[in-house]
Design a protein around this ligand. Structure first.
Ligand SMILES: C[S@@+](CC[C@H](N)C(=O)[O-])C[C@H]1O[C@@H](n2cnc3c(N)ncnc32)[C@H](O)[C@@H]1O
Length: 184
């Protein structure tokens, strides 16, 4: 089933003809993009998942079983989607990939758990938040950050700019509680 979250993540790649669907699992995000005639690199650490994707004989893509922390290089002019993973792995991924991409790439990242960990890693690894969203899908909230490597990087210590929207109040309260627990 294509969910609102998956459709939204795929829609953020409209400017790119090559996309990396990282931690792809079912490959639903990448498959939407294949239907839009984009080239997709599917990557997941789980070999069984990757074998299932390979059995589907998809065209116009590469399909690899490997850790996103072992990626050696990234094509220029490509978007990278990393979603549905914990904030620790998302943070480690940014540290790993920071020296391997340039201003022609865009990272679309959405993790679960402590947003603080992810936002710290975005700053530490000198990524600029060019846009950000919160979406609600079937009762769960997802923060999504669009990151680029720009020359004029400045640290951004703000939480997601949409958190003050009243419709995200319950989610904001949860994130603040998370933060307080960390500080204690
Ligand atoms: C919940 S799924 C996310 C699927 C999809 N990206 C989404 O947003 O719906 C998480 C996937 O991450 C994969 N994964 C976990 N650690 C990984 C790593 N270090 N490198 C690559 N894939 C990993 C798991 O095998 C699993 O398929």
């Amino acid at each position: 089933m294509k969910t609102k979250r998956i459709e939204f993540l795929a829609s953020l790649c409209s400017d790119y003809t090559t996309v990396y669907d990282l931690c792809c699992d079912h490959g639903k995000i990448g498959k939407i993009l294949l239907n839009q005639k984009k080239y997709v690199h599917f990557i997941d650490i789980n070999k069984e998942i990757i074998d299932k994707l390979k059995d589907q004989n998809l065209d116009n893509c590469s399909i690899k079983a490997m850790s996103i922390l072992d990626i050696r290089s990234i094509e220029q002019n490509a978007a990278l989607i990393v979603a549905g993973i914990g904030s620790k792995l998302a943070s480690d991924f940014l540290a790993h990939i920071t020296a391997k991409i340039d201003h022609t790439n865009t990272i679309i990242i959405s993790s679960q758990g402590s947003m603080n960990l992810l936002l710290d890693s975005i700053n530490k690894n000198k990524f600029t938040r060019v846009d950000e969203y919160i979406i609600e899908d079937r009762g769960r909230f997802y923060e999504i950050y669009i990151l680029k490597k720009l020359q004029d990087f400045t640290v951004n210590r703000m939480m997601n700019k949409h958190l003050d929207d009243p419709k995200f109040k319950s989610y904001k309260d949860k994130q603040i509680k998370h933060l307080k627990n960390k500080e204690e």
